[in-house]
Design a protein around this ligand. Structure first.
Ligand code: NAD
Ligand code: MN
Length: 358
């Protein structure tokens, strides 16, 4: 039987709670289907590790996970360590060298969950946001001089490369093509940002020629927020820069009922490096250790992980189980207005997996 090696990195805060729930659920699916095995190795990297070793992960950390088939990640963010250290020291330290340039964020309103957006009927909100995940505004280019003096200067330079934009556009068009509506919105800001965003638009137009069966349009990012609220059904697949999609996808997550539901895949589509799957939420300091974190975002990330491994049947089973559980308000955690605990939701999903007809 095929064995996949999964690296689990819970990280900090509720990361530990949701990843332990997520690995349990993944093991339950593998066991139920009995078509493949999962070997899950856990890595204790993050804030606690930093307190002891002065870094978020070991120097050879990436080497330790390089040959795994996929990575399941919790959250980087620790109460008294600055966010730029935890983010760059762990999450981005994996995403960037592993060239996970396509960040894919599906949004749907799952059964039983009420969207805060009025008048969204079943199936009217089914989006996938593709975030450029390797350059742009988060390229890390910039600097800071004369710190603390009145002459202080700081810059963050958004850096866009032709090859970087081409590959994310091609990825997004291909994804849009694979979905029933074959509809793509390219988000831009080429009215105000007149260099890189103009190149972004030009490249979108070039790549579009390769996909004559995909209908696409272009939308300024500010107008896109309005469209997301006013005409959600007009949207299907979306591609945007690192910063723009970061913001739009949090908004999208809110529409799906809670930040705790939204999943992410950080893909290296060429599979030269392992891809990484994670809930989009962070460490949630306000609820950590209470056992009430919503694990659905991690479970759904597990679905994306299984799809990436090519285990479509397992992915489908897990998604079905998730949807049957969200449909029952007894299994809603407090972020969804319920009183269920993480382990109750986890047990319910595992129960659905066990009971499912394979
Ligand atoms: P957050 O996602 O941690 O929390 C925002 C709000 O959403 C909180 O009220 C929280 O309780 C709630 N929430 C989030 N996930 C939830 C879940 N699964 N169930 C129930 N409620 C949930 O964002 P933040 O407060 O801006 O960040 C806290 C820390 O996490 C910071 O250090 C930040 O840098 C880090 N962070 C990390 C990542 C990541 O590693 N991918 C993402 C976002 C934030
Ligand atoms: Mn974000």
């Amino acid at each position: 039987m095929k064995t996949y090696r999964i690296a689990a990195i819970p990280g900090d805060g509720i990361g530990a709670e949701v990843i332990s729930a997520g690995t349990e659920v993944l093991k339950a699916v593998a066991k139920r289907l009995d078509q493949f095995e999962l070997r899950i190795d856990e890595f204790d990297w993050g804030g606690e590790y930093y307190k002891i070793h002065g870094r978020m992960m070991p120097e050879d950390g990436r080497e330790q996970i390089r040959n795994h088939d996929a990575i399941l990640f919790g959250s980087a963010g620790y109460p008294d360590i600055p966010d730029h250290i935890t983010l760059w020291g762990l999450r981005l330290a994996i995403c960037q060298p592993f060239d996970q340039y396509a960040n894919v964020r599906p949004t749907r309103v799952l059964p039983g969950i009420t969207s805060p957006l009025r008048n969204v009927n079943d199936g009217e909100l089914d989006w996938v946001i593709v975030r450029e995940n390797s350059e742009g505004e988060y390229a890390g280019v910039g600097g800071r001089v004369h710190q603390g003096s009145p002459l202080e200067v700081a810059t963050d330079v958004a850096m866009f490369t032709r090859s970087g934009v081409e590959r994310i556009m091609r990825f997004a068009f291909k994804l849009a093509q694979s979905r029933p509506r074959r509809l793509l919105t390219v988000v831009t800001k080429s009215n105000a940002q007149r260099h890189a965003m103009v190149m972004w638009d030009e490249i979108a137009n070039e790549i579009a020629q390769e996909f004559p069966d995909v209908t696409w349009d272009k939308m300024l990012v500010d107008a896109m927020t309005t469209r997301m609220v006013m005409k959600p059904a007009s949207i299907d697949t979306v591609v945007a820069t690192n910063l723009h999609a970061d913001i739009l996808s949090d908004l999208a997550a809110a529409f799906s009922g809670s930040l705790g539901i939204a999943p992410t895949a950080n893909l290296n589509p060429e599979r030269k490096f392992p891809s990484m799957f994670e809930p989009i939420h962070g460490s949630a300091f306000d609820i950590m250790g209470k056992g009430i974190a919503n694990p659905i975002g991690t479970f759904w990330s597990g679905v994306l992980l299984l799809e990436h491994l090519g285990e479509q049947q397992a992915a489908g089973r897990l998604m079905d189980a998730i949807e049957r559980v969200t449909a029952d308000p007894r299994y809603h955690t407090p972020d969804l207005g319920g009183s269920a605990r993480t382990d109750e939701v986890t047990a319910a999903v595992i129960e659905e997996i066990r009971g499912a007809n394979v």
